[in-house]
Design a protein around this ligand. Structure first.
Ligand SMILES: [Mn+2]
Length: 305
């Protein structure tokens, strides 16, 4: 059997959707295949998405004839524990770093391209095979969600035209409500904010920037509507970050507005962000005119700092 799986730490919607939809394509093409994961599902797989009950095997015992297909991961250190690294038959991913390693091992069976979502690559497999008409509604819905999430509703700079083309084609056969984008991200936001402190702690890094004298605690949260978060959660988020370091800030990514809100009451960090990103603080909040990912702030420090 072809075992289609992903990473070990957790599975997000891009990995979940990509594995399920690719296993389905392999089945439609006459292969014995299944999507398998033993990793926990994160908040991007919302309650409504879970209610679609897509076929994912979570308990799995391997047999000698199994081979493994990896979706949304290519670093062998992060593969699901079910994977036998010597029996990898295909890799479909959008993270850079292991392109040459897999090219040497499996040649054209490695497809690693730096685009918005692994789900886009899976969609393209269906399209190339001429089998889009046979894709289940659930797989089309899942791929839509994976593309929305990983491109942050097309606001992330990693988004390509291939992602928007895939999204448009999939949406046409996904049978989703008109306001699905807002509904999906709002559900994810509610799951995150049900434990806001844990969510920010899971996405906080203390980083050294060349344009600032000491390491800075950099928290990040991805939400649909920042206003609710600022109104209801800013005190606990501030306390969680200031406890790590007095030099702190939070990047609140407001996906619905395609903007980042930078929050800190440390005047030195405020000055630094003002110079680095061209933002202006009003009180403890600066609203950027675009969405910034953490890796983009780091890059700005390397090139302009
Ligand atoms: Mn991904």
């Amino acid at each position: 059997m072809r075992v289609v799986t992903s990473g070990s730490a957790y599975v997000d919607i891009d990995a979940y959707a990509g594995a399920i939809a690719y296993a389905e394509l392999l089945q439609v093409q006459g292969n014995e295949a299944a999507a398998v994961s033993t990793a926990p599902l994160n908040e991007s797989i919302s309650d409504t998405v879970r209610s679609w009950q897509a076929p994912l095997k979570t308990d799995f015992s391997s047999s000698d004839s199994d081979t493994y297909t990896l979706i949304d991961v290519s670093d062998p250190d992060y593969f699901d524990k079910v994977v036998d690294p010597d029996k990898v038959d295909e890799v479909i991913d959008h993270h850079p770093g292991f392109e040459q390693y897999w090219q040497k091992r499996i040649g054209d069976k490695a497809d690693i391209e730096f685009i918005g979502a692994a789900c886009t690559l899976v969609y393209e497999r269906w399209k190339t095979a001429g089998l889009l008409g046979k894709m289940s509604v659930v797989s089309a819905r899942l791929l839509v969600c994976g593309i929305l999430d990983n491109t942050l509703n097309f606001g992330a700079k990693v988004t390509t035209e291939r992602d928007t083309d895939a999204y448009d084609a999939l949406l046409a056969q996904a049978d989703l409500p008109d306001d699905w984008t807002a509904q999906y991200f709002t559900e994810c936001q509610e799951a995150i904010l049900s434990d806001a402190v844990a969510a920010i702690q899971n996405d906080t890094k203390t980083l050294t920037f060349k344009s600032f004298a000491e390491p800075i605690c950099f928290g990040q949260l991805v939400v649909w509507d920042s206003n609710q978060v600022l109104a209801q959660h800013s005190d606990v988020l501030r306390e969680a970050l200031v406890a790590v370091k007095p030099e702190w800030f939070m990047n609140l990514i407001s996906v619905g507005e395609k903007k980042s809100y930078f929050v800190t009451d440390n005047p030195n960090v405020q000055d630094w962000l003002t110079k680095l990103l061209g933002v202006h603080f009003d009180g403890s909040v600066a609203v950027a005119d675009r969405l910034w990912l953490r890796k983009e702030v780091i890059k700005q420090d390397i090139t302009n700092g």
